[in-house]
Design a protein around this ligand. Sequence first.
Ligand SMILES: [Zn+2]
Length: 158
Amino acid sequence: MQCPFCESEQLKVLESRSADDGGSMRRRRECLECEQRFTTYERVEFSPMIVTKRSNSKEVYSRDKLISSIVRSCSKSEISALTIDNIVDVVETQMYKEFGREIPSTALGGMVMAQLKIREPMAYIRYASIFKNFNSVSEFLEEIQNLDDKRVNQELLV
Ligand SMILES: [Zn+2]
């Protein structure tokens, strides 16, 4: 660490405290050379996740991109930004835990679908139709049929 004013490495920490969110540390420092004071922050950095596509090409995981893909599939149903955020939070936690650094795009899509299926069946169908690339109308209808069966079962259980 260097002083941003004179580049000296002779620094003194005046005060350390956790920032409000608890995920970062804030330190007030003073340069022993030029006596200027400044603040530094420390926070956990997550290694970027790599998404492997079906074509075998790779790209860095992007939360924004995942959110846009869900927003596209949900555009006509009523789903709040908060719900989408929750879905992405669940998916991100799951993917870091189960896949570490690299996840196949099919697995990522599958996790999103599992969440949509519980919360937003219509958005699920739309997402699945794009994601699974249904080859025929019957495949698509079959998926809807499966969904209906499960919902009926759920209703019976309640
Ligand atoms: Zn300095």
